[in-house]
Design a binder for this molecule. Structure first.
Ligand code: DGJ
Length: 746
């Protein structure tokens, strides 16, 4: 039993963690505990109440007890306006203009299996794999209700949170802020790990002490954004990869979000996570409800790596859906960096032919195949193939490509629209734009109003036609700008505050329809690289193009950052040409492949211009990826050394039984007489013996290989964990080594 209810105490038990809430004597739902697994007894003993002065008391209690204040109680879901002066989960405006709600517990129930959320992505599970707890809170004055949902995947140490707000009163209530998750800690000196960035440089990790005041990250860009990712970690200050306590929170939402942390006057910490309130205002008429997006939570007492592994597993197995969930994704070649907009059908066929000869399985035709699209100024919205450029119909081109022995995939940007397009001329009212105000352009394009059902239906039809006509087995769904000038011609003035959320709901509806109509088609998300890299998108697109930066050395930190919250199978990563188009850097082909193998693995360069040796090398890389694919995609992932410090980034995939591991190491630069680098290997069996071997690429081997790499030199699992092994020295700039570690019977 994962959910245990004992009078007023609700305890959730997962394999290695415990979560507890309690209804107090005044009907307030308190948060009592989340952390290391413990028993079901009352954990609210740490909640010591004292008269804090200027922290007011509810009317019914205040005359007799000045120590009881909503301002200092650890609550499960707080509301603005009635005496909790911290950041609060919910803010409403009532029909009389007041901004107040006061929650009281009114009931609960348990459901078998994991709840689903209509119209929104959510973790899913078989009935016997999960349980759901629902706790109902109510504001007696207005009748507003909040149903707090807890989905428990006991074996995976995962608890999900979502909220359904219902207006059970008679008058309208307007939600001005509605977070999906609140978590209060009585004690703790925490640090917040979050991920910031920009286009072509996403997912930079930052770790900062939680101080008094409010720290926040978020997006008001209509997309979850390159600037901040909706995944954060809260950890003890000493927490490292395999030691210390830490919590992970992943918001399953692809639009505007806000994650806030406050350390209050008595050193308590509160975390809130949900839709950003700046562009959000949602009026509920009597009996209307609104579901808020889900947050996936996990806790680990053994460091950051197990927290990441829990997130990886839940996303791989309970977020990603469809036939591609467990299947090896095709090794692809994309023509973007090979040709940009300047291609002909024959050039594409030639790339596809060369690629097929090397064992590449899917050819992807990127931007520029439709309408008047010769650069990024025109044509978006007109999804009619440019037959003059392709030299034939789309159907004929795809058939010619498929006949080379390779699958066909295609790029689209359904949410984008150019002013210079037939679609814009036919439907100017379909564009996101404030009437009588000039819109802000970005990449010289506008945005189609996905909050409208007619637009959604049109795009479902258009994309379905393209898939059918081209026999595509893969779609790259791109979106190349952020959204501003938010306004929908379809919504009345009082509902414009609903636009941002309705846009995301519309996007999800289109994706849901397409994924159910074309289950065999693999969707790869993209938003100018990683501008919408979130667990919400992964529900529809099991992989997402990680960044428009394809430089293997820059990818070290981008993919390192992403690995904290997202599985390797989600990370779109390709081998591109050198000098790299974004940085001008020259790295070995093997280094580029080693980096791309920490992702979905593919190529994005003009393969026809490569030398015979380079082609041979690509064949070898494909064989290596296929050989280690089960370890890479399903093994446990550890970050052994960070790209943010030292001279070598090292990571590891280890099979959950500890029989084998693949360690990848990329040197940042070569040094004369360099200091030896060691790698500690996690997840092996202490008392088993292991042999190390080096993958051979086009580079020469180091002059002298360290201990463990010669036959008959075995190292114990305990030694590899406690002391590690010496990584072979670099023989080239930006050297990569892939080291296979296998158990040997002695
Ligand atoms: C941005 C994507 O991230 C690129 O890979 C490419 O598809 C371009 N858009 C095409 O316009």
């Amino acid at each position: 039993m994962a959910i245990i209810i004992n009078k007023d105490i609700f305890t959730i038990q997962t394999k290695n963690s415990t979560y507890q809430m309690k209804v107090d004597n005044n009907g307030v739902l308190l948060h009592a505990y989340y952390g290391e697994k413990t028993d079901n007894t009352d954990k609210s003993l740490l909640s010591y109440q004292a008269d804090r002065g200027f922290s007011g008391n509810p009317y019914s209690i205040g005359k007799s007890d000045r120590t009881y204040s909503l301002d200092s109680l650890p609550q499960e879901y707080s509301a603005f306006g009635v005496g909790d002066y911290r950041i609060t989960a919910l803010r409403v405006q009532n029909a009389d203009g007041s901004q107040a709600a006061e929650w009281n517990y009114v009931g609960h129930h348990i459901e078998k299996g994991k709840y689903a959320i209509p119209g929104l992505p959510a973790v899913y599970a078989e009935k016997e794999e999960a349980q759901t707890l629902v706790i109902q809170l109510k504001d007696a004055d207005t009748g507003l209700e909040a149903a707090l949902y807890y989905g428990v995947l006991e074996d995976l140490d995962i608890i999900t949170r979502a909220v359904k707000i219902t207006n059970q009163g008679k008058s309208n209530v307007t939600l001005q802020k509605a977070a999906s998750l609140q978590l209060d800690w009585e004690y703790g000196d925490f640090e917040l790990i979050s991920f910031y960035g920009r286009h072509s440089m996403e997912m930079n990790m930052q770790r900062e002490k939680i101080h008094h005041g409010v720290q926040s990250i978020g997006s008001v860009r209509g997309i979850s954004s390159h600037q901040y990712n909706p995944f954060v970690v809260l950890c003890e200050k000493d927490a490292k990869e395999t030691t210390g306590s830490c919590y992970g929170f992943s918001l399953m939402y692809s639009g505007e979000f806000l994650i806030e942390v406050e350390k209050d006057q008595i050193d308590r910490t509160r975390l809130l996570c949900g839709i950003h309130s700046d562009n959000f205002q949602w009026t509920l008429q009597a009996k209307e409800s609104l579901w808020l997006p889900e947050v996936i939570m996990t806790y680990s007492q053994n460091g950051i790596a197990p927290m990441s592994q829990n997130m990886h597993k839940v996303i791989r197995e309970h977020v990603c859906r469809g036939i591609w969930k467990k299947k090896r994704r095709p090794i692809l070649i994309n023509n973007w960096e090979a040709t940009y907009f300047k291609f002909t059908g024959d050039m594409l066929i030639n790339i596809a032919k060369e690629a097929a000869n090397l064992g590449i399985e899917l050819f992807v035709m990127d931007d520029g195949w439709f309408g008047k699209r010769e650069d990024d100024n025109t044509g978006l919205g007109d999804w009619t193939p440019n037959e003059k450029k392709l030299g034939c119909t789309l159907k004929e081109l795809s058939q010619k490509i498929i006949s080379q022995g390779i699958q066909f995939g295609i790029w689209i940007e359904p949410e984008g629209i150019s002013e210079d397009s037939d679609l814009y001329r036919a439907h100017p009212e379909w564009v996101v734009k404030i009437p009588n105000r000039k819109p802000c352009l970005s990449r010289n394009q506008l945005v189609l109003d996905f909050s409208r059902k007619d637009v959604q239906d049109y795009m479902i039809q258009t994309i379905s036609n393209t898939i059918k006509e081209s026999s595509a087995t893969y779609i790259k769904w791109d979106f190349n700008r952020a959204i501003c000038n938010k306004f929908s011609n379809f919504l009345t003035a009082d509902k414009q505050g609903e636009f941002s959320h309705r846009y995301v709901l519309g996007l999800y509806r289109v994706l849901e329809q397409l994924t159910s109509d074309f289950p065999e088609v693999l969707l790869e998300g993209c938003c100018g690289g990683g501008g919408r890299f979130d667990a919400g998108m992964l529900y529809y697109t099991p992989q997402i193009w990680g960044s428009d930066n394809t430089d293997a050395i820059e990818r070290l930190s981008i993919q390192y950052g992403a690995s904290f919250g997202y599985p390797i199978s989600a990370m779109g990563s390709h081998v591109s040409a050198v000098p790299n188009h974004q940085t001008g850097r020259i790295t070995p082909l093997s280094t580029r492949a080693c980096m791309a193998m920490a992702g979905t693995f593919g190529y994005e360069l003009d393969i026809a211009t490569l030398t015979a040796e380079q082609k041979q090398e690509i064949k070898r890389q494909i064989a290596v990826f296929k050989k280690y694919y089960p370890l890479i995609q399903f093994g446990d992932y550890y970050r052994i050394s960070s790209p943010l410090e030292g001279n070598c980034t090292i990571w590891e995939f280890v099979d959950p039984e500890g029989k084998e591991a693949l360690v990848s190491a990329i040197y940042h630069h070569v040094q004369a007489n360099s200091v030896p680098i060691r790698a500690k290997v996690y997840g092996l069996k202490d008392n088993a013996m292991y042999q190390l071997s080096l993958q051979e690429y086009e580079e020469k081997q180091p002059e002298k290989l360290p201990y463990g790499f010669h036959s008959k030199e075995l190292i114990s699992g305990a030694t590899l964990r406690q002391m590690g092994f010496v990584v072979p020295s670099p023989v080239n700039g930006f050297q990569a080594w892939q080291i296979y570690i296998q158990e040997k019977r002695v």
